[in-house]
Design a protein around this ligand. Structure first.
Ligand SMILES: *Cc1c(COP(=O)(O)O)cnc(C)c1O
Length: 362
């Protein structure tokens, strides 16, 4: 049968693997696999979302003025250089659409966000994966991979799925050694959680650069994953370029108003950060006590490494699924000796540790 022929690079494209959200063993499984907020969305965001229902017949503000000015106020940045998207995923894709020709190279670190190769290949780019060191991005490895075909470098800082980060001094060293014709994307989806003094999402670097795009999301700390809202910050030229390739009404009004409300809900934000910090520490220490390696995380999840051949990640995953707990398992991938656990509610955290204990001691 013949029909329309797609690009060769689209034929080879794998769809994003989302992990499972159901298990045959439990009616209401506990999903700790997608780094979603255990506290739900901010109450103020929910209220704003509900109120938006009366305006569903109107097209959204195509320039999302209120959202941009709220972000500008909160972070002391220029509203004219903020781009909003359908999740930060869309911003990553817009960057590829705007800057990649078929055959151009895009560098990212191994054990990193799986959207990078997908966004790269969707426009015919060539993904170049470089090795990490101890599950952490390595600046020298990235620099060594640069060729005259490199157009974009994606750096998730902190990184998903490993939870690690590199200090802002290392990000700055990277930027200083990257030729100015290469776009450096600092994907800071978990920035809000990080409490380490040597971390910074990169706003100050953006201010000093003409080749950095920082991306952020409302899906993680703010608990608005369902609304698909993210934003990016760059110099005027990059921001204007991304604006040209996006759809005019890409961000729905419901997401815009909920995002504004979430940004203004300081109480929820503080509570969510403190909650995460407390349970991240507790989970990491309990897992270590059980002889598991909890890769040091600054995010709302932990990559857990199984160190022996008898108690494997695969068997643990089955055990947890049987008891109604879904974690992220990387079946058939390089990380198949690991499970990724998202910080849950107090009860979920205690139960999941109890299950790990049963499994390890059985
Ligand atoms: C979750 C995540 C994102 C994207 O989230 P959106 O829901 O598309 O805003 C981007 N980068 C990393 C590293 C993530 O983990």
């Amino acid at each position: 049968m013949s029909g329309p022929k797609t690009h060769s690079w689209i034929k080879d494209l794998n769809v994003y693997s989302v992990g499972i959200s159901k298990t045959v063993h439990a009616q209401n499984p506990i999903k700790l696999s997608a780094n979603e907020s255990p506290l739900g969305p901010s109450p103020m965001a929910m209220k704003a979302y509900k109120e938006a229902a009366t305006n569903l017949h109107r097209y959204p503000d195509p320039t999302y003025n209120e959202l941009r000015s709220t972000l500008a106020l909160k972070y002391d940045i220029d509203p004219g250089r903020i781009v909003c998207g359908v999740g930060s995923d869309e911003i990553l894709k817009l960057a590829c659409r705007a800057y990649i020709n078929p055959g151009d190279e895009v560098i990212y670190v191994s054990h990193s966000f799986s959207m990078y190769p997908i966004a790269t290949k969707s426009v015919g780019g060539v993904p170049i994966e470089v090795a990490d060191v101890n599950y952490t991005a390595n600046v020298d490895n990235i620099l060594n991979a640069i060729t005259d075909k490199t157009r974009i470098i994606f750096l998730a800082n902190p990184n998903n799925p490993t939870g690690t980060y590199i200090p802002i001094s290392e990000v700055e060293r990277l930027w200083k050694n990257v030729p100015n014709n290469i776009l450096l994307v600092l994907d800071a989806a978990y920035a809000e959680f990080v409490e380490q003094d040597d971390y910074d999402a990169g706003i100050d670097l953006v201010e000093r650069s003409t080749n950095i795009l920082m991306t952020r999301t409302f899906s993680k700390l703010y608990g608005l994953a369902a609304l698909r809202l993210g934003w990016g910050y760059a110099c005027k030229e990059i921001a204007d370029t991304l604006d040209k390739v996006r759809d005019p009404f890409n961000v729905p009004s419901s997401a815009q108003v909920a995002g504004v409300a979430a940004l203004n809900d300081d109480q929820f934000e503080k509570k969510a950060i403190a909650f995460n910090n407390k349970w991240l520490k507790w989970l990491s220490s309990e897992l270590s006590k059980l002889g598991l390696e909890a890769i040091p995380s600054v995010t709302n999840f932990i990559l857990i490494k199984f160190k022996c051949d008898i108690k494997t990640a695969c068997a643990a995953n089955d055990y947890l699924l049987n008891h109604g707990y879904i974690l992220r398992y990387y079946s058939g991938e390089d990380l198949d000796d690991c499970l990724r656990l998202t910080v849950g509610t107090e009860q979920q955290n205690q139960q999941v540790i109890a299950l790990f204990k049963e499994f390890m001691e059985a």
